[in-house]
Ligand binder design. Structure first.
Ligand SMILES: [Zn+2]
Length: 238
């Protein structure tokens, strides 16, 4: 490998370690990485990927109080949309370098299935914000729904009742992901981690007994939060 290539590889590694305060991952997790289809990863790429995967597993399983069992199996492809289920993650070369995408897919892979795309995408999008210090990163909400009054947002019930909306068209899909992530972020900020864990254990159908409020009331509160405090963060980040 040429010196310049080595530097190009080492530099992001140093940046990542500096950004994490040089704290190594607190625990090691069984993770296998299969990159044979793309001809393998170099040592730095593999180290960075494993590092991000292990930090993501640690953060997500700690937040949701879900013990990590078995082995997480990660496959790298040349391109394609990232996917994950049941302790398996499929990443493109590009997405294997994205902290946000890795955290998103790890959330899907290590949590129990929820029987609801809204719940699963909400958890995964929330994890992205929660564990990358990007407190509100909602470009789709900004682009499609942020007009000061939320008129162009779609009711949460639409996404909860129509699971297929997550494969509809770009606009509906982008709104679905962003609204779900934003709603889970709101629930965390307003009601805390213990309630989030309870909702995860009970499932989205039990949201009303979990929070002692109707979905409509929660949605109203979420919209006020979204166009109040959270909107200032959104503008700042964008
Ligand atoms: Zn997802």
């Amino acid at each position: 490998m040429k010196p310049r290539l080595v530097l190009a590889g080492v530099f992001p590694l140093l940046l990542t370690l500096l950004a994490s305060g040089c704290n190594p991952t607190p625990r090691r997790y069984p993770v296998t990485i299969d990159a044979s289809i793309v001809g393998g990863l170099n040592m730095v790429e593999e180290y960075l990927l494993r590092y991000r995967l292990e930090r993501a597993i640690d953060s997500v399983t700690t937040y949701f109080d879900e013990p990590f069992k078995d082995t997480l199996r990660v496959f790298i492809f040349e391109d394609g949309r990232p996917r994950a289920w049941d302790r398996r993650i499929y990443l493109s070369r590009y997405s294997s370098r994205s902290t946000e995408i890795i955290i998103h897919e790890v959330t899907h892979a290590v949590l129990r299935p929820q029987g609801s795309s809204f719940a699963m995408e909400g958890q995964a999008m929330f994890s992205e914000y929660q564990f990358t210090s990007k407190r509100v990163r909602l470009p789709a909400l900004f682009q499609f729904g942020y007009g000061g009054n939320g008129d162009t947002l779609m009711p949460l019930k639409y996404f909860i009742d129509n699971d297929t909306s997550y494969w509809a068209n770009d606009k509906v899909e982008a709104l679905g992901y962003s609204e779900a992530g934003s709603f889970y972020q709101f629930l965390d900020e307003r009601f805390g981690r213990e309630k989030a864990r309870e909702l995860y254990r009970r499932g989205l159908n039990e949201i009303e007994p979990t929070y002692g409020m109707s979905l409509d009331s929660l949605e109203g509160e979420w919209r006020r939060w979204l166009f109040g405090d959270a909107s200032r963060d959104t503008v700042k980040v964008l």
